[in-house]
Design a binder for this molecule. Structure first.
Ligand SMILES: Nc1nc2c(c(=O)[nH]1)N[C@H]1C(S)=C(S)[C@@H](COP(=O)(O)O)O[C@H]1N2
Ligand SMILES: [Mo]
Length: 226
C-alpha cells in the first residue's frame, strides 16, 4: 500500500499535480463528517457480492432523456478524455477513507457527449449486480468531482471494488457510488434505488448525517472490519 497513506495525516490536496480536480470537502480543516472513523484500509461492501463480468462484452449504456443514446464498449470508454479527482470516501457504516485519487471519465463529459436534453431531472445508475440501482439528482450527478472511474491511486479498480468501472460521487455517502456500473439513465421523476428503497436517505449527505429516512433499517450493520 502507498506508504503515504499509512502516515498519520491524510494525503493533502496541496501535494497534487495541477490537473487533478480537488473535491471541495478535502479542503476542510476536519475532513471527517460527524460520527465517522478514518480507516487506512478499504473495506469491501455491497448488497450481493461481486458479479461475473465478461470484459469483452462489458458495456455502459447512456439512455433516457438524452438526444443521442449510446452504448460504450470498454475500449470506447477508455478512449474518452480522462480526468482525475482527489476525494474522500465516506461509507454510511461509519468508515471514511481519506485522500483517494480517482481517474476516469467525468459525468459532465459523458452527458455532454450523449446530448443531455433537460436542465433538471434525476439519474438512475444501473449496475451489473442483480439490477442494483441508485438515484441522484441531475445536479448532484453533474458535480465537477463526479466521475466514472476505472483507476484508484494509480491501480486499476479491482472487481471487488466495482471494476472495471464504478461511479464516484464524493459529496454523498458511498452507497451512491455505484460499483460495476452498466447504465446511466436520465429521468424526469426520481426513482429511489436499492438502498434508498429499504430506508436509506434519498439524498445521503454525510455532512448533514443523512443516513436513513427515519429509523435505522433492519438490514443496517456497522460490523465492518476497518
Ligand atoms: N453495484 C453496486 N454498487 C454499490 C453497492 C452495491 O451493493 N452494488 N454498494 C454500495 C455501498 S453500500 C458502499 S459503502 C460502496 C462500497 O464500495 P467499496 O466496496 O469499494 O468500499 O459501494 C456502493 N456501491
Ligand atoms: Mo455502504
Amino acid at each position: 500500500m502507498d506508504s503515504k497513506y499509512q502516515s498519520e495525516s491524510p494525503p493533502q490536496p496541496t501535494e497534487l499535480p495541477d490537473d487533478v480536480i480537488i473535491s471541495p470537502d478535502t479542503l476542510r480543516d476536519d475532513r471527517l463528517p460527524p460520527n465517522q472513523t478514518r480507516t487506512r484500509k478499504w473495506p469491501v461492501l455491497d448488497a450481493t457480492g461481486t458479479p461475473d463480468i465478461d470484459l469483452n462484452h462489458w458495456s455502459l449504456r447512456v439512455f433516457g432523456l438524452v438526444d443521442t443514446p449510446c452504448t460504450l464498449s470498454l475500449d470506447e470508454f477508455r478512449s474518452l478524455p480522462r480526468t482525475r479527482v482527489f476525494a474522500d470516501f465516506h461509507c454510511v457504516t461509519q468508515w471514511s477513507r481519506l485522500g483517494n485519487v480517482w481517474e476516469g471519465v467525468s459525468t459532465k463529459h459523458l452527458l455532454h457527449r450523449a446530448g443531455l436534453s433537460v436542465d433538471t431531472g434525476f439519474v438512475v445508475l444501473h449496475a451489473y449486480d442483480n439490477h442494483w440501482t441508485t438515484n441522484l439528482t441531475l445536479e448532484d450527478f453533474l458535480g465537477d468531482d463526479v466521475l466514472f472511474s476505472d483507476n484508484h491511486d494509480g491501480e486499476p479498480i479491482t472487481p471487488d471494488h466495482g471494476g472495471p468501472v464504478r461511479a464516484i460521487v464524493p459529496k454523498r455517502y458511498a452507497w451512491k457510488s455505484a460499483k460495476w456500473v452498466c447504465g446511466i439513465e436520465i429521468v424526469a421523476e426520481d426513482h429511489p434505488g436499492h438502498w434508498e428503497r429499504v430506508g436509506y436517505h434519498n439524498h445521503g449527505d454525510p455532512w448533514a448525517e443523512e443516513r436513513f429516512d427515519g429509523d435505522m433499517p433492519e438490514s443496517f450493520s456497522t460490523d465492518v472490519d476497518i
